[in-house]
Design a protein around this ligand. Sequence first.
Ligand code: CO
Length: 249
Amino acid sequence: MAIVCKSAGEIEKIRRSGRILRQVLDAVTAAVAPGVSTMDLERAAEKKIRELGAKPAFKGYYDYPCVLCTSINQEVVHGIPSESRKLAEGDIVSVDCGVVLEGYYSDSALTVPVGRISEEAQKLVDVTQASLYKGIEAARAGKRLGDIGAAVQEYVESFGFSVVREFVGHGIGTKLHEDPQVPNYGTRDHGLKLREGMVLAIEPMVNAGVPGVRVLDDKWTAVTEDGRPSAHFEHSVAITKDGPVILTD
Ligand code: CO
């Protein structure tokens, strides 16, 4: 599949989609509290998406059943919202959502603390978020894909955490997942040359312990091999002549 570079007009369309997504994620974040179920978060998200005139990007994608992925603690990504899964004080919950507006997709994720969390969990969340911004900073025309991955990986590993290899970021635009794949690891000055007009979903998944993950019997939920916690932050980012522009903030 070829990489599609976007015009300024198309980037504006992704931005409009991303603005709606931001409001959805803000509503979900505000709903996070001890005792709330992940299905409550799902309902808050779906209501907001419809209210704002967009459509969910995940529901029905490869038969995924929900508009959100909600991944708690050792769950890395693709946790499926459930009525019986209640948030508890001290948890961290990664919330991932995508929307489509007038044919243009946006994709973003964040990890939210539930009440008071441990210092270790807070550090993991902070480092993961900061690693996303390291990756975004490297997303510049003339640089390479490996510069993004290396920026994320070096930062994460300097704190003794690890980056997940089995899941990666991706191009985004008129589809949720477009080429290229955007790994959160790599070698500087290696890989595909980045160009103006590329729009990338950069999404570090960071584990407190070992990088390995496995997928549960529900065929979706990815968990850490060692049961230690994981965090996830994602933005959809355009590479422009003026540098990286975040379309989902
Ligand atoms: Co994504």
